[in-house]
Design a binder for this molecule. Sequence first.
Ligand code: ZN
Ligand code: ZN
Length: 354
Amino acid sequence: MDRTERLIKKLPEQTAALIHNPSNIFYLSGYTGEGLLLVARGLKAVITDFRYVEAAEKQCPGFEVHAISAGVSHVKLAGNLLEKHGIGNLLYEDNVVTVRALRDMEKAMPENMTYAPLNYAVEALRTVKDAEELKAIRHACDITCQAFEYICGYIKEGMTERQVQLALDYKMLELGAQGMAFDTIVASGENGSLPHAVPGDRVLRKGDLITMDYGAKVDGYCSDMTRTVALGEPSDKLREIYNIVLRAQETAQAALAPGKVCSDMDKIARDIIADAGYGECFGHSLGHGVGIDIHEEPRLSSRSTDVLAPGHIVTVEPGIYVPGLGGVRIENTCVITETGYEALCSASKELRIL
Ligand code: ZN
Ligand code: ZN
């Protein structure tokens, strides 16, 4: 069934949903320009401005396209459409619409309109990926893995983190990525203890571990992968840390299956790292959903009671971060299947010594 129809089916009678979140708009309609989406039974409309009318008509078959005009704002136009269709209840994204925007909306809409939050209804639909979405994410993961093979042959002593980042980004674009899924992380040596390090001018030296966390965007969908490599022989301590993280990653990943509770997946990796004496050094969740956004539901966190289901796409990314020494993170993007899981990142996780 069409994605928008699945949302409409969930709406109460005489109720419309007004979508502001660009990722939700893209998911429901394929539209990538600025504007709003208004949907209800018998009503599927893109509300935009002159600049995007042609693009919206091409991208969103089955949707009416309406352009704002002088004195008629996006929400005023939405209000006019609701009035025309005799709809008096409006669900909106209360996690996106600002207090000011809500006040403006109430002023612009018909007076007797009632409002309620949409309660992440679109995000809930987005957690289970369809075949088309999986294909895009698979492609993005393939580009990410090819870029990894390339960068392993490229990294040399004396280069900066920034040079490695630029080479990775350029390679992904060359391989067909429409862009980066997020800002590429390259963290070397002691910088490896910063989970979200910004690549800088640090020069790569023999004995460094280099953590690269990056992803490509293809057809609007993200991939997410982390590999940590060594430049020359690493110290025994760094090698020990690497092996603990690898064991945590592989054990937690192997446990992925439909019906499993997200917090249990997190616990598997966390227990391995804690038992090895590094419990304090793994301060983030095990993983997250990936799709149109780089961080989506479900979260593989100690607090999440969500249950994995076929079509969920999640990362498994334990890490150990030791201030002053460095760090290791290993991450795969995986899809939950009917019987278990499939890792979408094929790049080997054995420690590579460059
Ligand atoms: Zn990542
Ligand atoms: Zn991630």
